[in-house]
Design a protein around this ligand. Sequence first.
Ligand code: TYM
Length: 349
Amino acid sequence: MTGAAQSQSSPNAAFNPRVFSGIQPSGGLTLGNYLGAIRRFVDMQESGVQTIYCVVDLHAITVWQEPEALRRQTRELTAGYLAAGLDPEKSILFNQSQVAEHAQLAWIFNCVVRMGWMKRMTQFKDKAGKNAENASLGLFGYPALMAADILLYHATHVPVGEDQKQHLELTRDTAAKFNHDYGVDFFPLTEPVIEGTATRVMSLRDGTKKMSKSDPSDASRINMTDDADTIARKIRKAKTDPDALPSEPGGLEGRAEARNLVNIYAALSDSTIEEVLRDAGGKQFSEFKPMLADLAVTRLAPISEEMGRLMQHPDEIDRVLGRGAERARALAAPILARTYDIVGMVRST
Ligand code: TYM
């Protein structure tokens, strides 16, 4: 969070700093989710600011989810949050569907956002593909629900990976249009927080594509539940080029796969690209890949083990989510009520 974001000149000076973010339980957790999002969720939690992290199950069903798989993935993602260091005493952790205010505010925003804005969303175009006529209406309206997630808590900062930038811009546009239409200063203009070396972790099979839980090839990603052998095998087989690593970042120009592996190494070792190349410059991939595999296993194995342990106690996970939902509702309900008042909804007291 930058100092400027909290300064008096910020449009959000009237709002207390509050962090919100979410992840879809639409498949397993990937290394991209961990480095681009969860690890930074933990940093923000430790910075002492109020943090709210959601498992966005309503977003997940914008594309088909088997009910049993959705339930399992919701618990597994929560286990991932906990295993990576999110603490339900410090952060509010819950799943979106247990706080009905998300869907209620999303409806108001459906009436604020414009069709043209939605049509420009690259994620919709990517996900709907050539068959947009057959996509769910929920997938089209997805960003309005995301704006509702964030603005329902008057969140000022949202840590995300690079791919969510456009959705965050739409969230700001939604807040600005609502404030303008109703002549209020009610919603903050939320700042995206896209920082670090791993804001865009790429596929291990194609350095121009994002690492994604929906990629049909399992070899393209590291899953947080992969065991040590699987992680090592996937890194060994990762696509690379025949050249040695350069000793300066400029030498990674035009070498998407090499850059990706160096980025992952830097993120996992909490160092900069320059530092990694100072040590690894001149090495062949046959030498660098085992170093990366060792590092990845050392960093990820304790998390995946803890996830496995937590998954044996689904009742405890559900209790964490239930308690988090209560706390989230206590923050959300007054903001939704005030929104309804602004819009002109009558409510009996
Ligand atoms: P989702 O579930 O696709 O991804 C969750 C988070 O992980 C980040 N991420 C990555 N970061 C770096 N490299 C990658 N390869 C990579 N893949 C995923 C994403 O940027 C994201 O931060 N729309 C959101 C979920 C959402 C949300 C919200 C986020 C719903 N409501 C409110 C923030 C605030 C999404 O689909 O994330």
